[in-house]
Design a protein around this ligand. Sequence first.
Ligand SMILES: Cc1ncc(COP(=O)(O)O)c(C=O)c1O
Length: 419
Amino acid sequence: MIDSTGNTVSTGLNVNSIRADFPILQRKIHGQNLVYLDNAATTQKPNQVIKSLTDYYEQTNANVHRGVHTLSIEATDGYELARSKVADFINAPRSEEIIWTRNTSESLNLVAATWAENNVVAGDNIVITAMEHHSNIVPWQQLAFKKGAELRYFAHNSDGIIDLEHAMTVIDERTKILSVTHMSNVLGTVNPISELAGRAHDVGAVIMVDAAQSVPHMPVDVQDLDADFLAFSAHKMLGPTGIGVLWGKVSLLEDMPPYMFGGDMILEVTYEDANWNDLPYKFEAGTPNIADAFGTGAAVDYLSRLGMKNVWRHEQDLTAYAMERILSLDTVKILGPKDPSMRGGVISFIHDSIHPHDLGTALDQQGIAIRTGHHCAMPLVRSYDVVAAARASFYIYNTKSEVDALVNGISETEGYFNR
Ligand SMILES: Cc1ncc(COP(=O)(O)O)c(C=O)c1O
């Protein structure tokens, strides 16, 4: 629905006023208005986040947890406040369960190198889906090689919907950890985490959730999901690059060895030995990414103000519209669930005669940014008998007229290649 001032209001988001917060959306690319549809890779940043970074460096900059001077105390307070904002955002029971990392990849690696290193032995298995990002495949492959464990995959159907029955049989009493994407960055599929968590817990395994594509786009409640670990990146949810989150249940985190050693993560050091600080600092060796924690706090504030239910509704509305418009071309096949209500705002597609890289380059000439390639999910993309796909992915500032620009852009590219 469009109100009298032309704003989209039907999904609870005022997209025009949101767009005004994003300076980059004023940019021209090759003389055209920027249409940014590469949000699954990284999102743009609003003034509020950019300002939180400059404010931090102009007014607060100091190291944390070490000083008695005012700037250090303010830096520490802001850094810890951002942690508690993140905890509230995902309904974590305790703020010390939030570990700052560099990104989702580091959070996944941390669990593989600590919890799994300590708990997986030869003959055990680790279970993942066949639709994972490389970040949720390679750490488990390496761990399985090292331990003599088996890495198992469970299947999905041609629409990209997980075969729960198969999953229930693949997960067995030798499963130690199940690590699953909440939402596929290629197919858009939203996976049934609570059901999988139930099965994992029944066999005594833990479940790790790769929430890189869910936390930015939908309400995520770690307690409702019944997850044990959950990972996401700030840069995919309006925040800065270089900072991410690992959430874990306190009982698991407490038993895990540190990931890195150095300052801040110790309680006491002698020439002979050392012991470890309390959570979350045991996992945060060295000077952390303080400025970007402030920026992440500002991103969480921005999204909380919009309301994650509204964000999700807006993206579902846009996705349903985009699928209908893209499929009207007849030359394009969309990967993933046919039913838009079963997916998030990620649409990967394959043109029947134009290579995704050619399409992406031609669209760029029209100011339209999409992603092309294997999307860091080579095994999945290859399972569709292609080596690359094009992908449009949406966020809070995207509009139906931008979807129209994409579809017109594809048509124009067809005209160019068929000349
Ligand atoms: C589902 C999924 N998992 C993990 C990652 C890795 O995120 P990062 O590069 O921020 O570590 C991505 C990034 O695209 C992703 O989409």
